[in-house]
Design a protein around this ligand. Structure first.
Ligand code: ADP
Ligand code: ASP
Ligand code: MG
Length: 437
């Protein structure tokens, strides 16, 4: 059995939903994971923001325009069948009644999480009806009945495994299984989610716990490109990637994959295939335990990075200096992405600056602290084992005209990272593409 995940654009309109139904039918008896229709989760976030601010008319306006979109989608899909249309309208109507009910009470965090879950609940409710109307026996696997996180936010793999197996048994007559991406329950049993873009993670977790033959991530582009197609022209799909290479790219900003999505597949050695719903015949990208080939595969960029430098008299001679620096970040539950050291100081980067002022305040005990905001990590990823000569020099030659704040190489066999100012991001990505590919 395979796990097939379709992203927001893939189910973004009535036509696209029908097209996904065609692909799902052709693929056989698999587990299908759906995202919310494109734009829906953003609208749900907007509704929550208005509700938090007490702007009820603002929330109502977004709810109303979202309703218009769903009404039109249902009409196009089911308009010719009165009973089916009415049934679908009732299901979606319940979601909108829930959203409207939130307009009469102050919003809590639990309420916000319930609001955010509605997109995936609606897309699966619609797809269930489309597939059923085509004569399929659809086995619904409600994510809120099996997907659960631990107190540390990590997926509770044992619970997920036993619950989903039970649900699969209960639906043993089904010829297609359908579930929601992104949504889950937390350790208190409350509705929660796996963060934005989390449907990829859902697919990978399910693939791991059922020991799937393959995890397919269907999206709006023909695989992982060798640079970010939103900023660089002429990017090309990469045929295959090692799990570690894909994990580095996802973590460092390749939006096609959720940052955590590679790990469960890697641990269970399940191939992940990235495919294009709009061009299903394209071979896409296959992520698995590829053999080393000594090439640079792709470049990605991670935005909103802050660099912090702590300069001390004689840092490396001062026993315990780095320990104190790292402990400061740990105390503030802030993780470090990149680092560089010298005899007199250390520079690190963080992507979550919510505790920045307190961190800087604490670090001042150990040295002089300077902060650079609006930075970008650019990760150059491939089989960069250190005996493979020349990659570092090519990367640096590409960036000859661009100010580089930190360089990091040797942390893994798969990555060279450089930190540049956000203003230089696009220029740096383009220069790397033209020098390296
Ligand atoms: P979905 O809604 O299907 O999850 P996403 O928008 O999350 O789709 O991811 C697909 C998008 O990721 C592409 O449209 C593309 O703009 C963006 N992207 C960023 N970096 C890359 C890359 N290196 N290769 C392919 N796509 C990328
Ligand atoms: N619908 C969620 C989001 O937009 C999850 C996903 O699409 O992967 O972030
Ligand atoms: Mg996505």
């Amino acid at each position: 059995m395979k796990v097939l995940k379709f992203g927001g654009t893939s189910v973004g309109s009535a036509k696209r939903i029908c097209h996904v139904a065609d692909l799902v039918e052709a693929a056989g008896r698999n587990i299908v994971v759906l995202s919310a229709m494109s734009g829906t989760t953003n609208s749900l976030v907007e509704i929550s923001e208005y509700l938090y601010k007490g702007n009820i008319p603002g929330a109502q306006e977004v709810i109303n325009s979202l309703y218009v979109k769903y009404e039109a989608t249902l009409r196009e899909l089911f308009g010719s069948d009165e009973i089916l249309h009415e049934d679908a309208r009732r299901a979606i109507g319940r979601v909108f009644s829930l959203l409207r009910s939130y307009c009469s009470e102050p919003l809590t965090e639990a309420g916000e999480k319930e609001i955010l879950a509605q997109g995936e609940l609606m897309s699966t409710a619609i797809m269930e009806r489309v597939l059923t109307s085509r004569g399929h026996n659809v086995g619904m696997l409600p994510a809120l009945e099996f997907m659960r996180t631990l107190p540390n936010g990590e997926p509770d793999m044992q619970h997920i495994s036993s619950r989903i197996r039970r649900l699969l048994e209960l639906e043993s007559d089904a010829d297609i299984f359908l579930t929601q991406g992104y949504i889950c329950r937390n350790d208190h049993g409350g509705i929660d989610n796996l963060r934005r873009g989390g449907s990829d993670y859902t697919a990978s977790i399910i693939g791991a716990v059922i020991d799937a033959e393959e995890i397919q991530i269907w999206t709006d582009i023909d695989g992982m490109h060798n640079n970010d197609p939103r900023f660089v022209e002429g990017t090309k799909p990469v045929g295959s990637l090692h799990f570690e290479e894909a994990a580095e790219l996802a973590y460092f900003g390749a939006k096609i994959l959720h940052p955590a999505c590679v790990l469960p597949a890697k641990l269970h050695n399940i191939p992940v295939r990235l495919l294009n719903t709009l061009k299903p015949e394209a071979s896409g990208t296959l992520i698995y335990n590829t053999a080393p080939d000594g090439t640079i595969k792709a470049i990605a960029a991670k935005d909103n990075i802050t660099a912090i430098k702590i300069k001390s008299g004689r840092m490396l001679m001062a026993y315990g200096f780095l320990h104190k620096v790292f402990e400061t970040f740990e105390n503030h539950r802030t993780s470090i992405d990149m680092m560089a050291t010298s005899e007199v100081g250390v520079s690190v980067t963080i992507d979550n600056d919510s505790r920045l002022a307190a961190i800087v305040d604490d670090l001042k005990q150990f040295g002089t602290v300077t902060v650079d905001k609006d930075m970008v990590i650019i990760a150059i990823v491939g089989d960069l084992e250190w005996h493979n000569c020349g990659f570092e020099s090519k990367v640096l030659a590409a960036l000859a005209d661009i100010p580089v704040r930190i360089i990091s190489y040797g942390g893994s066999n798969y990555n060279i990272s450089v930190l540049v100012s956000a203003a230089d991001k696009v220029r740096a990505l383009a220069a790397l593409s033209s020098h390296l590919f």
